[in-house]
Design a protein around this ligand. Structure first.
Ligand code: OAD
Length: 243
């Protein structure tokens, strides 16, 4: 049996579905990944300690904020791709729960209105104050400069989780619950190198979920998979869901 047929069989046989995504699902929309063989991969060109850590922001807030402004400006012209659409079908028709490491908001743009997307690493579409946690939505067309919080003396920063920071406890708890009770986990476009996010796949596997990995290249999570589908998420996911 071909891998895609085996994966389709798992999809039709198992009820409680969790889809766990990473940057690769947005790559086909033109959003760069962080790792992997692409020459656009962000951590191949930029230093994550400088641009994605509280220490980096403290050392040079403008450098860090301007880098996020550049990433936000890239998102202004980006739209969800057939991979995001296939996942939205699973949300709508199979009640799938989406857990994402992505901060780009592309799942949310096509998700059914009653479906939750658990964002482990926050959102690039909001800023938050370093001191009082006041939050502001950022429009992608008129991007604000680095500025102080209107409520206190803190600095506004992107509302994403940086290296060395904790994930939101309630979100991680909800994700953990979903993985513990999942029958099937579909892992899409992630290198599996960042924890605790990657630990959710281990959690689902330990709870006896079947695991399908969809990724362009081999990943750290392949060993946990019952089926590995190598290819682009925008092609493999519609074929899996049979759109
Ligand atoms: P990575 O950039 O680490 O991994 C992306 C994976 O997607 C790689 O294994 C690629 O081979 C694969 N890939 C690339 N294009 C693809 C495509 N079209 N279809 C399918 N797969 C494709 O991204 P993440 O695992 O999401 O943290 O990275 C985890 C975290 O590290 C991110 O959330 C980010 C980063 O530092 C924060 O923003 C806090």
């Amino acid at each position: 049996m071909h891998a895609i047929e085996r994966a389709r069989e798992l999809l039709s046989n198992f009820g409680r579905i969790v889809v766990f995504t990473g940057a690769g699902v947005s790559a086909d929309s033109g959003v760069p990944t962080f790792r992997g063989s692409s020459s656009d991969a962000l951590w191949g060109k930029y230093d994550p300690q400088q641009l994605a850590s509280p220490e980096g922001f403290e050392a040079d807030p403008k450098l860090v904020y301007d880098w996020y402004t550049w990433r936000r400006s890239q998102l202004a012209s980006v739209t969800p791709n057939p991979g995001h659409n296939a996942i939205a079908v699973l949300q709508r028709e199979r009640g799938a729960i989406v857990i994402t490491q992505n901060v780009d908001g592309l799942h949310e743009r096509v998700a059914p209105s009653n479906a939750r997307v658990l964002r482990l690493h926050g959102t690039i579409l909001e800023d938050q104050c370093t001191d009082c946690s006041h939050r502001e939505t950022i429009g992608l067309t008129a991007l604000p400069p680095l500025r102080d919080c209107p409520r206190c003396l803190g600095k506004m920063r992107p509302a994403v989780v940086w290296f060395g920071e904790s994930l939101d406890g309630a979100t991680l708890h909800a994700a953990d619950d979903a993985c513990t009770s999942a029958d099937l986990m579909i892992v899409v476009g992630t290198s599996g190198q960042v924890w605790p996010a990657a630990g959710l796949v281990h959690r689902a596997k330990r709870a006896r979920a079947k695991v399908i990995v969809v990724n362009l290249e081999p990943s750290e999570l392949d060993d946990l998979a019952d089926v590995v589908l190598h290819g682009r998420a925008a092609e493999v996911l519609p074929a899996l869901v049979q759109l």
